[in-house]
Design a protein around this ligand. Structure first.
Ligand code: NAD
Length: 260
């Protein structure tokens, strides 16, 4: 379905971003990966799906790095058709104890990077398809873009901002073939969440499995993690012809978290 299209997924060396990159690659899209840590294994996994893969190590907290990455992607593949703004970090502390440097980093990586990558991707998307435009911007927000939890001030602020930016991006491009939507996962078992499970296990003196059960029971009625594969399939739906007029939604995939 996406053969001939090129996708850039930020923060795709692990977790949800890698899941979405693989789902898009399975549909034939070439992929630009981004993120820290091991690059060889995720690149090989995506390449094994029969598409072209490139990697750029932009630090998403730095606008100049993002500009460099978008230029690199355009040079490598001609144009980015699908932008998945996924890179994100977390820090958990009460507001009065929240390190200022962590606040600034979360706002830069989880929110401002979405603005920068979007503004740089839009001109080519709008020019595509003989000027009628074709593009898909998919922002990985969170249930924390819709509701709050204590001790996550920067994250909740950034993710609510991402949901707002998603709506503005959708409206500004509503008469073109460029759509923008947000995905709002509940708990997904990735390195980002494993850190929170480890902290819970330590604080309560319980093992990993018990900490997982407590974490899910607190917020997620299904008592199941959402998986990167499920989120990847939702991203594929947004890219499909059926997604042509899906604009500005914040689609939760959260086991009932926000239904309560
Ligand atoms: P993860 O830690 O597995 O992946 C995060 C990715 O972002 C990694 O590739 C990492 O290298 C990259 N990254 C971190 N800082 C970066 C930076 N400065 N520049 C470039 N890349 C950077 O986490 P994840 O759980 O897969 O999170 C992905 C997205 O999903 C985040 O935006 C997160 O907020 C969101 N999310 C996660 C969950 C969950 O339960 N895991 C729930 C809702 C939303």
């Amino acid at each position: 379905m996406l053969k001939g299209k090129n996708a850039l997924v930020t923060g795709s060396t692990s977790g949800i971003g890698l899941g979405i990159a693989k789902a898009l690659a399975r549909q034939g899209a070439n992929i630009v990966l981004n993120g820290f840590g091991d690059v060889d294994a995720p690149s090989a996994e995506v390449a094994s799906l029969g598409v072209q893969v490139a990697y750029h190590g932009a630090d998403m907290s730095k606008p100049s790095d993002i500009e460099d990455m978008m230029k690199f992607a355009a040079q490598r593949f001609g144009r980015i058709d699908i932008l998945v703004n996924n890179a994100g970090i977390q820090h958990v502390a009460r507001i009065e104890n929240f390190p200022v440097e962590r606040w600034d980093a979360i706002i830069a990586i989880n929110l401002s990077s979405v603005f920068h990558a979007t503004r740089l991707a839009l001109p080519a998307m709008r020019a595509a398809n003989d000027g009628k435009g074709w593009g898909r911007i998919i922002n990985v927000a969170s249930v924390h873009g819709l509701v709050a939890s204590a001790e996550k001030s920067a994250y909740v602020t950034a993710k609510h901002g991402v949901v707002g930016l998603t709506k503005v991006t959708a409206l500004e491009n509503a008469t073109s073939g460029v759509t923008c939507n947000a995905i709002c996962p509940g708990w997904v078992l990735t390195p980002l969440v494993q850190k929170q499970i480890d902290a819970k296990a330590l604080a309560l003196g319980v093992d990993n499995d018990a900490a997982i059960k407590l974490l899910l029971a607190e917020k997620e009625p299904s008592l199941q993690f959402t998986t990167p594969e499920e989120l990847g399939d939702l991203a594929v739906f947004f890219c499909s012809p059926a997604g042509n007029n899906v604009r500005g939604v914040a689609w939760n995939m959260d086991g009932g978290w926000t239904a309560q």
